[in-house]
Design a protein around this ligand. Structure first.
Ligand SMILES: [Zn+2]
Length: 310
């Protein structure tokens, strides 16, 4: 009985690991040497950067990182040297076990180290002990621990490339980081960017931490850098190669419009329950997949507009 509440909450959060359909990670070439492994069910993507000195992997889930590793082994004889995680949620930070043979150095923010330790580890162990089909991917594996926890921006020079790693403050999670690779004109966004899909609420072990105001601010901060980026690689959804900053503008626009719709309903005297029942997704976002993710976002928009501490 003890395990049930956090596990129920998981079902409505960002995670979709253990869903009925088998997970398929499809490599999509972003540019030379940079591939996004796109998740077939709209859960967390992974990005792989190949260099002459080795491989950098950005984000990895326990139920799909084996496919990423197989793709790497098929593509190069170089080792995985660095792991970087955007945030601590299960669909982005639980799969380091699959790269253990290569002994990569894992870089994360200090917030992530905390959240992995305090939330994700608990969830990982709980899932191991479920004893159902869903728990199979956890059996015999360990969560792993970052080697480096950063508090501020960090620049990694590796394989002839510059990886500008920036903790972006609280938005989707308690502190998603982004990675800008100027030589590739690419920026890895983690869950700060979702494409053609309703964004997921950041969550692990039943703790929710997305903040809409912070998320909008982060997108503004990144756009204000005016970086020469051709492709912002999303944490969920397909990569829009060459679309550049338009993806960030659309993500920000989504939050501004959706929050405004909720605000109008509040002003019309609607309760949260009524909003959840009566909300109509604006036409411009009607094609977005996974509308079930809105269930947690109604609460988020409502409570954060009302400043209830949610
Ligand atoms: Zn995610």
């Amino acid at each position: 009985m003890k395990l049930k509440l956090p596990l129920m909450l998981l079902a409505i959060g960002c995670l979709t690991m253990g869903a009925a359909a088998p997970v398929r990670m499809t490599p999509v070439k972003i540019t030379d040497g940079v591939y996004m492994m796109q998740h077939s069910g709209g859960s967390g993507n992974t990005t792989v950067v190949f260099t002459d000195d080795g491989v950098v992997v950005f984000d990895f889930a326990i139920d799909s990182a084996d496919q990423t590793m197989a793709f790497i082994r098929k593509t190069t004889d170089k080792k995985v040297k660095y792991l970087i995680t955007s945030h601590s949620a299960g669909d982005h930070a639980t799969g380091s076990w699959h790269f253990r043979e290569d002994k990569p150095v894992w870089i994360a923010t200090k917030n992530q180290v905390h959240d992995l330790q305090m939330q994700e580890r608990k969830e990982f162990e709980e899932r191991k002990n479920l004893g159902d089909a869903r728990s199979a991917v956890y059996q015999g594996k360990e969560l792993g621990q970052p080697d480096i926890g950063i508090d501020g921006p960090m620049t990694l020079y590796f394989g002839g490339l510059t990886f500008q790693i920036t903790p972006e403050a609280r938005g989707h999670s308690t502190g998603d980081l982004t990675v800008y690779i100027p030589q590739k004109r690419v920026m890895l966004m983690g869950d700060l960017l979702n494409t053609e899909i309703h964004p997921g609420q950041g969550e692990s072990a039943g703790v929710f931490f997305s903040n809409v105001k912070g998320w909008i601010q982060i997108l503004d901060n990144i756009m204000a850098r005016h970086l020469p980026v051709e492709t912002f690689v999303p944490g969920h959804g397909p990569a829009h190669i060459g679309r550049g900053v338009k993806d960030l503008e659309e993500q920000k626009h989504y939050f501004v419009v959706m929050r405004d719709e909720v605000a109008k309903m509040i002003a019309a005297g609607k309760t949260l329950e009524q909003i959840e029942k009566e909300f109509k997704v604006p036409q411009e976002f009607a094609h977005y997949t996974r509308p079930e993710r809105l269930r947690s976002f109604y609460k988020l928009f409502y409570h954060q507009l009302m400043e209830t501490g949610y």
